[in-house]
Design a protein around this ligand. Structure first.
Ligand code: ATP
Length: 241
């Protein structure tokens, strides 16, 4: 399985530069927590890795394949799947139909409907329900399941806990835990810093489009990440004056 390499990435929304010179590399099986305040550029970065938003400059490589200009449906076939903020399910379609959609552009592999239902048993009785009628937690499980159905090497999760109660978030993370350790490379955008640091092997903090901290999760304290979050920590490890 391949390393994902982001090189000097610049991404714009019109005149606004949302991602500025971002570079990092992530190895197979790493779980990277991408944190930062609202507007830091996390969603834009994930969307550009997924191919939903093409960068202005820089490169995105998966192993030795250059994905920078590859459209999103082809990236799914190459092993990159995004669970977008807000889930984006087809509300008039059933859980099973939404899950099957994940397979259409994806790859062959170990994930299929039966395995998704094993990983998310709360979906089993809802299998034929339209997703518009599901609870937030069930919708999130369906969105994650749909991404897994494409058998990704790299799974991008954007704010999976948004809008869910703490109890439901606990449940979604318990379910995530089963494949957080399965060798899939994961980039996780999560507002809850404590939770992000518990599940991740590495933390990257963004501020105003740039990386201001990149460290192994075990080597950095929550205080240090908080400082970076508010722009009080320098990327070289020192503290801003
Ligand atoms: N579609 C868009 N059009 C114009 N500007 C945008 C668009 N999407 C995001 N932006 C701007 O780009 C910057 C980065 O936004 P982005 O959503 O990537 O940040 P974020 O870190 O994911 O924040 P949040 O946690 O609020 O989702 C912000 O200034 C935002 O206002």
């Amino acid at each position: 399985m391949s390393t994902l390499s982001i090189q000097e990435l610049d991404v714009r929304h019109g005149l606004l530069q949302a991602v500025r010179g971002v570079s990092f590399q992530i190895d197979k099986g790493d779980v990277l927590a991408l944190v930062g305040a609202n507007g830091a550029g996390k969603t834009t970065l994930l969307r550009s890795i997924a191919g939903a938003h093409l960068p202005a400059s820089g490169r995105i490589l998966l192993g030795d394949r250059d994905l920078t200009q590859v459209p999103s449906h082809k990236r799914i076939a190459m092993g990159i799947a995004l669970v977008p903020e807000g889930r984006r399910l087809f509300s008039q379609m059933t859980v099973e139909e939404n899950l099957l959609l994940g397979k259409t552009s994806g790859r062959k592999g170990a994930w299929n409907i039966a395995r998704v239902f094993d990983a998310f048993p709360n979906l089993v009785p809802r299998r034929h329900a339209k997703t518009g009628q599901l609870s937030g937690g069930e919708q999130q499980a369906t969105a994650i399941g749909r991404a897994l159905m494409s058998n990704p090497d790299v799974l991008l999760l954007d704010e999976v806990s948004l809008g869910l109660s703490p109890l439901v978030v606990d449940r979604v993370y318990e379910q995530l835990q089963t494949f957080l350790t399965s060798g899939t490379t994961i980039i996780l955008v999560e507002q809850d810093l404590g939770r992000a640091m518990r599940v991740a092997s590495r933390v990257i903090c963004m501020l105003e489009g740039r990386i201001v901290l990149d460290a192994p999760a075990a080597a950095v304290s929550r205080d240090e990440v908080t400082q970076a979050y508010f722009g009080l920590h320098r990327a070289d490890g020192g503290r801003a004056a």
